[in-house]
Design a protein around this ligand. Structure first.
Ligand SMILES: [Cu+2]
Length: 459
């Protein structure tokens, strides 16, 4: 077995690090730091993407590419990151899935200072825990569908463990995104505006427009998938192959499972190993035909094979979130010290406004903070009393899924959970990272219109 990074076909640059260590710097800036050189410099700036032949998307990205560079940190090794904002609006970079202080987490609600327009900020933190994390803008879009999650401001931040199993031959990072959004009236007659898209990409290329992923028979490929869409969950399949899911949101799963279809709600990551055992030319893509036609897919090409890329629709695609409990352990979760019940409801926009969202009847920012005491174990009990799916994200902490749709479970550690319509779920976490902590729905239209709450350590 050998191990090498897949640069060309994945369309990603690897942060300029000579090894897995975060030495060297991206686009090293002579004026970047006052005293020391940063490990990483991120430039937020406009970028033009050719996602398909002659199909140009103008957006904002990091360091001139979308996704941004794959950033590799070493767990526990402090880093300095310079962020340069070359746009005319305030920005902030959120380090999703890391357990770092509020001042650098990248949420102004938690107190992270924004990067002013045409300004610069330096962040220092110690990356942890190890796993597939990511970084993205944490601003609001509201009615401006060019901003926040609709833009190209996202990228992988992989926190390397001190020791890595390394049982794969090739690593491919794949970020999904939807483009060219517009407002649409969908759903029941009283529903508010939703979003429709004209194009969709994996690593900013529409299906067939970029280089294929080149593989050889017998290879074990580690795919790291990220759903960086602003508003839509996705399902992916690779006909003739199966995915062995080994980690979710970067955390090793208790029971790896081999599946035909991957489900990723907004903000979720999956690490999956694929044994390349079926030579041919295949489409790795969305299980929704209209989404594949919009571009959500990539060609997988075995060496010495030619022909048209093959797609076969997998059976039993399903609706709503998949069954997380298949990856969980058999043990039962410890009882929490305290439980917070959270009921989610929609205030319909009635075809002339966005829907607004409430947690226990109140919308952010007019909602009390939840109080935490350091060292205690808390359960968030989610009661989704709406017809929408919600990808719920907790900042600065990793949670354990303890109940899904009424079924108790344990052992699956995540930072986003997709909760189905008219359903319940529960997650537990230990209050071990003092500081303001944001909880929100990762669906851009939901977080922008009330679906957020802060948690505060009171001792
Ligand atoms: Cu939501």
């Amino acid at each position: 077995m050998y191990r090498r990074h897949f640069l060309k076909s994945s369309g990603l640059a690897f942060a300029g690090f000579p090894s897995l260590l975060p030495q060297g710097s991206l686009a090293a800036d002579s004026d970047g730091g006052k005293d020391e050189k940063a490990n990483l410099a991120l430039h937020i700036a406009p970028v033009s993407l050719e996602i398909g032949h002659g199909r140009i998307i103008k957006t904002v990205g990091y360091n001139g590419s979308v996704p941004g560079p794959v950033v590799r940190f070493r767990e526990g090794k402090p880093v300095t990151v310079d962020v340069f904002n070359e746009t005319d609006v305030a920005e902030v970079v959120h380090w999703h899935g890391q357990q770092i202080p509020s001042a650098v987490d990248g949420s102004t609600e938690e107190g992270t200072p924004a990067v002013p327009p045409r300004g610069h900020r330096r962040y220092r933190f110690t990356p942890k825990p190890a796993g597939t994390r990511w970084y993205h803008t944490h601003t609001m879009a509201h009615a401006d569908l060019s901003r926040a999650g609709f833009s190209g401001q996202f990228g992988f931040a992989i926190v390397e463990p001190a020791r890595h199993p390394g049982d794969y031959d090739q690593e491919i990072c794949m970020a999904a995104h939807h483009w060219e959004p517009s407002l649409a009236n969908m759903g029941p007659p009283n529903n508010g505006w939703e979003i429709m898209y004209r194009s969709a990409t994996l690593n900013s290329k529409m299906l067939g427009a970029g280089d294929p992923l080149r593989v050889r028979p017998g290879q074990r490929v580690l795919f790291r998938f990220l759903n960086a869409s602003a508003t839509d969950e996705i399902r992916l399949a690779l006909p003739g192959h199966k995915f062995r899911v080994i980690a979710m949101d970067g955390n090793t799963v208790p029971r790896p499972q081999t599946v035909d279809i991957l489900y990723l709600d907004i903000g979720e990551r999956i690490d999956a190993i694929v044994e390349m055992s079926n030579p041919g030319i295949w489409v790795l893509g969305s299980t929704k035909e209209e989404e594949r036609m919009m571009g959500m897919g990539v060609v997988v090409e075995y060496a010495n094979k030619t022909g048209e890329p093959q797609w076969q629709q997998p059976p039993n695609v399903g609706r709503g979130p998949w069954d997380y409990t298949q990856f969980a352990s058999d043990r039962s979760a410890p009882q929490p010290d305290h439980q917070f019940e959270m009921k989610f409801e929609k205030i319909p926009g009635n075809r002339k406004d966005f829907n607004h969202w409430t947690i226990n009847g109140k919308s952010f920012p007019d909602i009390e903070k939840l109080h935490l005491e350091k060292g205690k174990r808390y359960r968030l009990f989610f009661n989704n009393d709406s017809g929408d799916i919600h990808p719920l994200h907790l900042h600065r902490h990793t949670f354990e899924i303890t109940q899904v749709a009424g079924k108790p479970t344990a052992g699956l550690m995540k930072d986003v959970i997709s909760v189905g319509s008219r359903s319940t779920a529960a997650v537990d976490f230990v209050a071990d990272n003092p500081g303001l902590t944001l909880f929100h729905c990762h669906m851009q239209l939901h977080m922008d219109f009330g679906f957020m709450q802060l948690l505060e350590y009171v001792r």
